[in-house]
Ligand binder design. Structure first.
Ligand SMILES: Cc1ncc(COP(=O)(O)O)c(C=O)c1O
Length: 312
């Protein structure tokens, strides 16, 4: 989907015109992938709009920067306020928000320490990420990065080289998305989503040790499942459990809760979203859109008149 330009982009504390938000080709990030970023959604509410789990996303940005020894000169509160300021300035909601911090123009060597850290944030409309109501996916021939290589708990630009290989291979073979295994052959995650499956009424997902990003939607779904009294197990999962599961779904800010219809052309149950997937997806999207009480304190209001939800 092409990016829809907006009026302003936030850069190091100031709002600048969209077309002025450019960087030099010799910036460190262009050569060495030295960026950390976030993907956040702002949802329409019955009145106005609200950002979903804004502080949690900004904490993950700070965590990613810390892992890469990248000093961010902004607090959690300043970063969160900047998102609200940006959305209100552009008057676009619902929207997707992309904060990014990276090593800019300074030195050519690998060591980033003398290349300045730049922080930008953009927001724009963005609809469905995985096409259709349910996804036909494959297990990728690419593994997720091994432990102690590129850290999976950092949402870093460089990690998405691995994601691109997974996604392009899936695409070339006619699948909506690929599921990567970790280096030990256990299920890890999609190229940009965490993975859940249901078997005999128990909800399973992979623990953080299986080379996954600590997804904020993953955490939201785990919270909702516990709230509904659904048994939850976080454990290493063998690939073949996917084929015999009663339900399989992805979670992610972009993907939200996306049911999976088949894996490697093997249909999951009857091919329709199962009852636990539907219950969790329905509660998730209803809370995000302000249609059910925000009982976990997930919404940060923004003063902007929202259009119809882009996810509808
Ligand atoms: C590799 C990867 N895993 C999982 C997720 C899901 O994370 P979240 O729910 O915080 O968007 C994402 C998206 O950010 C991702 O890129």
């Amino acid at each position: 989907m092409p990016i829809q330009p907006t009026g302003k982009i936030w850069h190091n504390g100031n709002l600048i015109p969209w077309e002025k938000a450019t960087i030099h080709v010799m910036s460190h990030v262009v050569h060495y992938g030295s960026s950390v970023f976030e993907g956040i959604r702002c949802y329409a509410q019955p009145s106005g709009a609200a950002v979903f789990r804004l502080p949690e996303h900004m904490q993950r940005l700070l965590d990613s920067a810390k892992i890469y020894r990248m000093p961010l000169p902004y607090s959690l509160e300043q970063l969160s306020n900047a998102v609200v300021e940006l959305i209100e300035a552009n008057e676009i909601a619902p929207c997707y928000i992309r904060p990014i911090a990276f090593r800019g123009y300074g030195e050519i060597g690998v060591n980033p320490k003398n290349s300045p850290v730049e922080v930008y944030m953009a927001n724009f409309p963005w609809g469905k990420y995985v096409a259709g109501d349910a996804a036909d996916v494959c297990v990728s021939s690419w593994n997720r990065s091994a432990p102690n290589t590129t850290p999976s708990l950092a949402k870093a630009g460089g990690n998405y080289l691995n994601s691109q290989l997974i996604r392009m291979e899936a695409d070339a073979n006619g699948y909506a998305e690929g599921i990567a295994l970790d280096v030990n052959g256990y299920i890890s995650e999609g190229s940009g989503e965490n993975l859940f499956l249901v078997r005999n009424g128990v909800l399973y997902t992979t623990p953080l040790a299986n080379s996954v990003l600590s997804g904020i939607t993953r955490d939201s779904v785990l919270t909702l499942a516990r709230h509904f009294g659904i048994p939850v197990v976080e454990q290493a999962l063998p690939r073949e459990l996917l084929y015999i599961a009663d339900e399989v779904f992805f979670t992610g800010t972009a993907a939200e809760v996306t049911p999976i219809r088949s894996v490697d052309r093997i249909q999951i149950a009857d091919g329709n979203a199962g009852p636990i997937t539907k219950q969790l997806a329905d509660e998730f999207i209803s809370i995000a859109n302000g249609l059910r009480p925000d009982r976990f304190g997930w919404l940060t209001p923004v003063k902007v008149n929202a259009e119809q939800p882009v996810t509808a």
